[in-house]
Every structure is written in structure tokens, then in C-alpha cells.
Design a protein around this ligand. Structure first.
Ligand SMILES: NC(=O)c1ccc[n+]([C@@H]2O[C@H](COP(=O)([O-])OP(=O)(O)OC[C@H]3O[C@@H](n4cnc5c(N)ncnc54)[C@H](OP(=O)(O)O)[C@@H]3O)[C@@H](O)[C@H]2O)c1
Length: 162
């Protein structure tokens, strides 16, 4: 069974740095799945990390079709998901009143609905104890100070990853 990590927001900023860190510290992974809309940036990042296998997934996490594709991919590949990093996000500056409702709803979808869907999709491919074990391991290796709650797994993932 293929061992993978899934990292969203991989095309820039913190997400790109997570990709570099995971590639360096988790050589046991067979593939790292990279999610963001800008495909070329994901490809360019993969080229900077030779010796690792990447799956380039140019998905917009505000669209249902992206989740359909990911669900299908997970079902076909049936991987063991060792790690899920929900990093995709966006920031708007300025008064809320100046933001259109469409933009506000997109932000909520990206920051709240998408991570919930991703955790829901990935959990069947993660062994319960291994999730906890590995998240704690990841925590120890990468994220000193982050919280992880073994019992409330989904909330714990969210606390841990953000
Ligand atoms: N930097 C900060 O000071 C700060 C503070 C608090 C929280 N955060 C949060 O930390 C995370 C990373 O921050 P950052 O500064 O590294 O952000 P960033 O450089 O702007 O990166 C955001 C990432 O999210 C992806 N993304 C945005 N919208 C997307 C969508 N609809 N579908 C799929 N991917 C999408 C972007 O890729 P594409 O554009 O290619 O899709 C990009 O890879 C974000 O969630 C941010 O909200 C950051």
C-alpha cells in the first residue's frame, strides 16, 4: 500500500515550506500529494525536490468537483494517508462591509468547509492509532507547541494543523 501525505496550500508560503519539511523529514513516504489551484507552481516546487514523488493536484477547494476528483483518486489508489496538512487559505484586508457576500462565503468555504471535507475524505485511509501516533510524531518533529487531542480527532487535527 502506498504511503502518502496530503498537503493543501502547497503552491506558496507556509504550505510550500511544509512540503519541503515533509519531503526532508519523511523519506519513507511513497508520494506527497500537493493541492492548490496554481498547477505550474506545484510542478516547479516538485522539480526543486528531486528524489521525491509528488502527485500534482490543481484543485480549487471551494468547488465540489475538486472533492469529487479527490474522492475518486483516493478510492482508486487506496493509499495509507500518514499525514494531512490543511494549509490552503486566503486573507482579505479592509472592512468586512466592503467584502461582497460571495467573497465572504468563499472564505468560509475555504477555511471551514474544505478542511472538514478533507478530513472526512482522508480519515478512512488513516488508521486510528496510527493517526494519533503519527500526528504526535509529526508534532514532535515539526510543530513544537501545537496541540493535538487524540480523542477528538477531527478537532485535534484542526488545532494541530493551524
Ligand atoms: N501568513 C500569515 O501571517 C497567516 C496568519 C494567520 C493564518 N494564516 C493562514 O495560514 C495559511 C498559509 O498562509 P500563507 O501566508 O502561507 O498563505 P499564502 O502564501 O497566501 O498561501 C495560501 C495557499 O492557499 C492556496 N489556496 C488559496 N485559495 C485556494 C483555493 N480556493 N483552493 C485551493 N488552494 C487555495 C494557495 O494556492 P493557489 O492560489 O495556487 O490556489 C496557496 O498555496 C493560510 O490558511 C492562512 O490563512 C496565515
Amino acid at each position: 500500500m502506498m504511503n502518502i501525505a496530503i498537503i493543501t496550500g502547497a503552491s506558496s508560503g507556509l504550505g510550500r515550506e511544509y512540503v519541503r519539511a515533509v519531503a526532508e523529514k519523511m523519506p519513507e513516504l511513497d508520494e506527497i500529494w500537493l493541492i492548490a489551484r496554481r498547477q505550474q507552481r506545484l510542478i516547479d516546487l516538485a522539480h526543486t525536490l528531486p528524489g521525491h514523488r509528488f502527485r500534482i493536484l490543481p484543485y480549487d477547494l471551494t468547488t465540489a468537483s475538486s472533492f469529487r476528483k479527490l474522492r475518486g483518486l483516493l478510492a482508486r489508489e487506496n493509499p495509507h494517508v500518514w499525514l494531512l496538512i490543511n494549509d490552503a487559505g486566503a486573507m482579505h484586508t479592509g472592512p468586512v462591509a466592503a467584502m461582497s457576500l460571495v467573497n465572504q462565503e468563499e472564505l468560509i468555504t475555504l477555511h471551514a468547509v474544505a478542511p472538514t471535507r478533507l478530513v472526512h475524505l482522508a480519515l478512512p485511509y488513516m488508521d486510528g492509532p496510527w493517526v494519533s501516533h503519527y500526528q504526535r510524531d509529526f508534532h514532535r518533529r515539526f510543530c513544537t507547541g501545537a496541540k493535538y487531542d487524540r480523542v477528538q480527532r477531527q478537532q485535534g487535527l484542526s488545532d494541530f494543523l493551524h
